[in-house]
Each structure stands twice: as C-alpha cells, then as structure tokens.
Design a protein around this ligand. Structure first.
Ligand code: AMP
Ligand code: MG
Length: 416
C-alpha cells in the first residue's frame, strides 16, 4: 500500500498553480497568496519619528533649561533646527527637527511658559525616536512571493502603497457527499438515517484553506440509478450553483460539477463495500485514478484522480477520516494551487504531556490538544469520532508499530 509521503507527492505532481490576477488592496486579499515579491517603495518610517509626546532636543548638549522654539504635530514638517539651549514641542508620530536626536517625555519635564526644565536627566541619543527605515528600507523585499496574506500582511501592502496586488486565484471547489443514509442538515433523520456532517465540514475546511467553496455542499445519493435525477440537493448549493447543471440524470450532474470545478471532494462510498460506488462512477465519468488506498489510520480508503486539470479526491465517509485526509492531502494541494511557497503539512516535534503506549498497524493521526507546548491526547473513539476532532488543535502523528513514549518525550504533531 502507498505511504502517505508518496501519495502526497503524486497529488502535488498533478496540482498546477494558477495564473495570477490583480485584486484591489482590500479585505478581499485576506488569505490570498502573493504572486510576486512586494518591495518597499520608500523607507518606513520615512523620517526619524517621535515615539512620545514631549520635547525634541539634542542629547548631551541641552542644558537644564530649554526654550521651546516650535510645535510639531504628527503630519507637520519641522521648519526650525534645534540648537543649544533649545527644543521643539513634539507629538507622537511627528518628524524630528534637524539638530534633534532624542525626545524627552512631557511627563519627565517641568514647563514654565516657554521654558522646559529637564533637570539632571541623562538623555541617550535616539531616546524615544523610531529611526527612519527601521521597519523597512526603500527597495527591500518586505513580503516574498508565495506569502499567504493575513491582516498584518495586508497592512504592510498598504504601507508600501499601490492599488492592485497580484495574487493567485482561489480554486473552485465542490463537495459531493454520498450515501443513502444521509439527509440534509435541516431534515429530521428517519430510522437508519443520519445528517450529512461531511458536507458542511469539508466546505468550511476548504474555505479556511483558501478555496472558493461557494458551490458548497452538493448532496447526491450514489446508490441511486445513475440515469435518474439526484434525489435531492442541499438548498445552499442551489443558491450558489452558478451555471452548474442541477437537473437531469445524476451522472450528468456529476459531470457538470467535475467540468466546473478545480477540485472536487467526494465523501463516502470509496471503500470496498457493495454500495461503495464512487470509484466506478468516477471511472465512468472519465476520471483517471492515480491511487486508491493509503497506508494511514484513519483514511485508508482515500482515492485520488484527475479529470483534465481537475483534482478529484474520494474521501472516506467517516467524518474524522475525511478530516484527516483533507489535512494531509487536500490542504497541501490547495496551498500549491493558490501559489503558497510552503505546501505542508508541517510536522512539529512537541513534548508529550502523557505517556503513550500503543501499537498501530499503520501510521496514525489522532486529535490532540496543545497546552503549554505539550500534547495530551484527547479521548477518541476513532475514525467515526468527529467530536474529539472539533476540540483538537493538532493531529498527533504516531508511526506504525510500537509507540512507547514517556511523558516529556517528543512526538510529531501537525498543528491545525
Ligand atoms: P462510507 O465511506 O460510505 O462507507 O461511510 C463510512 C461511514 O461514514 C458510514 O458510517 C457512513 O454513514 C458515514 N458517513 C458517510 N458519509 C457521511 C456524511 N456525509 N456525514 C456523516 N457521516 C457520513
Ligand atoms: Mg456509504
């Protein structure tokens, strides 16, 4: 059976990065990936800047009583150089006047009319001054291509100016949950039925990973006759479906979903049971399978294929398995598609807060909590248990075979 690393290499080999597009500097950039290096157009700060409300003066050459020669607020430009026995009233964010190299806080002086009494304070050069260019220098790369833009990065882009930012488009992702037992989340399950939890979970994971999952959560019943229309579709898919064909035989609906998506996540129906129809359906639709089954727990039934450039993941139906497969294979693919430099998943060694003694036939990924750098494994009833996953902030990675690890020993985790 294929190892996780080899399976991931196959997925990434089939994953293409899109052509960049220009997006205006706005919250729409959040979670997008920068397509080019971003350079500073000027120094920041662009001038030696006061960090306090107080008085700008020359250190070591001031005397104990100074005359205030000017007032400089943020946004103003000083007009007078500060000489011996002089200072300028200055406010946070204002440029230092010529001649001054330090600021004394207003709390630390006495003011009498135009005269500031400093006393015998020792003022250091540069005190309460943020020197020009200390955050960034003109021409410098401040954010390298491949950076996933968070809010601070968007602020940095605003600092360096420019209307449009070249970023990679988000892949369009569709989720198809399968299984005769499933009902939509707003339905009352009948005997033998359960609500579709994979649909919402996978769509939200995709949004979090930087994909356009507005096509949302398509529920089809693959045990149906492929020539009949699907029994039902989730209402929010109808609202976001664009021109996806939602009527006609089920096989055509799936074909349209494939044709209009960059990534399709199917959940359920990929194991070896009589009703696990996904592999056959994908074959019939012309999807080329690259692997089926990976040596991991949970998530072994994973299927990966392509339809032209569209990536198709057949995820196991057990919700925690689908979750783990998403983190190990889908998220890295989405990162690569979106141009991110690091695709992950990144394994981080962390000390265990509790001893572990167990034996696994396959590499095992289980929910864990990071508390003070340690990893108390959460009680978990296995691949079916999404609830423990919901409270986890990491996956604890245990190799196949015996794992006998004392408290305090390092184990690898994937931080979620
Ligand atoms: P399967 O991979 O289709 O054999 O499904 C494995 C298990 O996961 C079964 O117990 C299914 O009922 C459950 N399951 C499959 N799809 C979903 C879903 N969308 N939401 C919740 N549970 C599911
Ligand atoms: Mg099933």
């Amino acid at each position: 059976m294929l190892e996780v690393a080899d399976a991931l290499a196959i997925v990434l080999e089939r994953t293409k990065t899109f052509q960049p597009e220009a997006v205006p500097l706005s919250p729409a950039l959040l979670n997008r990936t920068l397509a080019v290096d971003a350079h500073a157009d000027r120094d920041s700060p662009p001038f030696d800047k006061s960090l306090r409300d107080g008085y700008a003066l020359r250190s070591g050459n001031y005397g104990t009583e100074l005359i205030v020669i000017e007032e400089i607020a943020a946004g103003q430009v000083p007009t007078k150089a500060v000489g011996r026995g002089e200072c300028s009233r200055i406010f946070t964010g204002a440029p230092l006047p010529d001649g001054a190299d330090a600021v004394v806080m207003q709390e630390d002086v006495q003011l009498e009319g135009d005269v500031v009494r400093i006393g015998d304070q020792r003022l250091k050069p540069g005190q309460w001054v943020y020197p020009r260019g200390s955050e960034m220098k003109a021409g410098e790369v401040v954010l390298p291509a491949g950076t996933r833009l968070n809010s601070a990065a968007i602020g940095v882009l605003a600092t360096i100016g420019g209307a449009d930012v070249p970023v990679f488009p988000w892949p369009k992702l569709s989720v198809v949950a399968t299984g005769d037992e499933l009902v939509p989340v707003d339905a009352e399950p009948g005997p033998g039925q359960i609500r579709n939890s994979n649909g919402s979970m996978l769509a939200s994971l995709a949004c979090n990973a930087g994909a356009d999952a507005a096509r949302g959560d398509l529920l089809v019943l693959l045990d149906d006759d492929m020539e009949a229309p699907p029994q039902f579709l989730e209402a929010h898919l109808r609202a976001h479906a664009g021109n996806t064909r939602l009527s006609g035989p089920l096989i055509d609906v799936l074909g349209a979903v494939l044709a209009q998506s960059d990534v399709v996540l199917l959940a359920g129906g990929v194991s070896a049971g009589k009703f696990d129809l996904v592999p056959g359906v994908l074959e019939r639709l012309g999807v080329r399978a690259h692997f089926h089954k990976v040596r991991m727990k949970p998530g072994k039934p994973l299927l990966f294929g392509t339809f032209n450039a569209t990536l198709v993941f057949g995820l196991p139906g057990n919700p925690a398995s689908a979750f783990v497969c998403f983190e190990l294979f889908v998220r890295p693919a989405l990162r690569k598609m979106a141009g991110e430099a690091e695709t992950g998943p990144r394994l981080v060694p962390m000390p265990l807060a509790e001893a572990i003694a167990e034996s696994n036939d396959r590499p095992t990924y289980r929910p864990a909590k990071l508390e003070g750098g340690a990893v108390p494994p959460l009680p978990w009833s296995g691949a079916r248990d999404l609830r423990a996953m919901a409270l986890a902030d990491a996956l604890l990675v245990l190799p196949a075979g015996e794992s006998r690890l004392d408290r305090g020993m390092n184990a690898n985790v994937i931080v979620l």
